[in-house]
Write a protein that binds this ligand. Structure first.
Ligand code: PMM
Length: 270
């Protein structure tokens, strides 16, 4: 999954793709580089971000989705609002990526069930403005697993086909760096729930902290790519179904190496 944020303020690519032509060009490029779906978002979810209203979000994403649809590029809509998801699906989006796992908007389950498309349910405890206060767990892996299972149960109760549900641990959303590492190390506990798992660590703050200078200055966003690649390969090796990344070509290359290494074709060949 390639990331395309059409926002002025996302932490990594904010402000770069607010121009329609630049956004479409980037989406097509990521698709040609090997992304299976382009995740278009019109609202920043970085910690502390203020919300935008639904009409603003729709005005940002719909023209981009229409153009990518016309170019034959599959798009997922990154939103936690039912009205935005509905408008995006009408414009051609083939999946809904909901960082709130259906909690932010009670109508989302109904929209996802009616659309019949894949619905990514991310682990979430509250809006970005104050989510880090909610990063309190006694056993982060068990609690995220149980809360995600509850989201999937609610989705199915609302009529969403189980085969359309994808789960995501929500790295950085109401999670400290330690929580993120713990979830990454135990991704199998989420995979065991039986739904495809999406892993989205790309360029996140905890990678910047890991790679901080001696004086503690976090590595800048653009310098987190090699670390992102490592997280993606490790996630896929742990059973993740997909990775959501800003840099698609390098990710596709790294996963191709992992796949070739694991392929029986190469084992024991003289
Ligand atoms: N993270 C961001 C946005 N959307 N969607 C899913 N499913 N999982 C995530 O972890 C996630 C997301 C924030 O990062 P961005 O600024 O790179 O979009």
């Amino acid at each position: 999954m390639g990331v395309l944020n059409v926002t002025p303020d996302s932490f990594s690519d904010g402000g770069r793709y607010t121009d329609l032509e630049a956004a479409v060009h980037h989406g097509v490029t990521l698709f040609r580089e090997g992304a299976h779906v382009i995740d278009v978002g019109g609202e920043s979810t970085r910690p502390g971000a203020d919300r935008v209203d639904a009409p603003t979000e729709i005005a940002r994403v719909v023209p981009v989705i229409e153009r990518l649809f016309a170019e034959g590029v599959p798009v997922s809509i990154d939103t936690s609002r039912a009205a935005v998801a509905e408008a995006a699906v009408a414009a051609g989006a083939v999946a809904i990526n909901d960082v709130s796992g259906g909690l932010a908007d009670p109508r989302m389950a109904q929209v996802a069930a009616a659309a019949g498309c894949p619905w990514i349910l991310m682990h979430w405890r509250g809006h970005s403005r104050d989510m880090q206060k909610l990063a309190v767990y006694s056993d982060v892996v068990a609690e995220v697993r149980d809360e995600l299972r509850a989201r999937a149960d609610d989705a199915m109760a609302a009529g969403v086909d189980p085969s359309r549900i994808v789960l995501d641990p929500g790295l950085g959303f109401a999670k400290t760096a330690e929580h993120n590492w713990n979830l990454s190390a135990n991704l199998g506990a989420l995979v065991d729930l039986g739904f495809p798992v999406l892993f989205a660590a790309s360029r996140k703050t905890y990678l910047g902290r890991l790679l901080a200078d001696e004086d503690g200055t976090p590595r800048e966003v653009g310098g987190r790519e090699a670390a992102t690649l490592a997280t993606s390969v490790l996630a896929v090796a742990s059973g993740a179904w997909g990775v959501r990344v800003h840099e698609v070509r390098a990710t596709a290359d790294a996963i191709a190496v992992w796949r070739a290494t694991g392929s029986p074709r190469f084992r024991g060949t003289p």
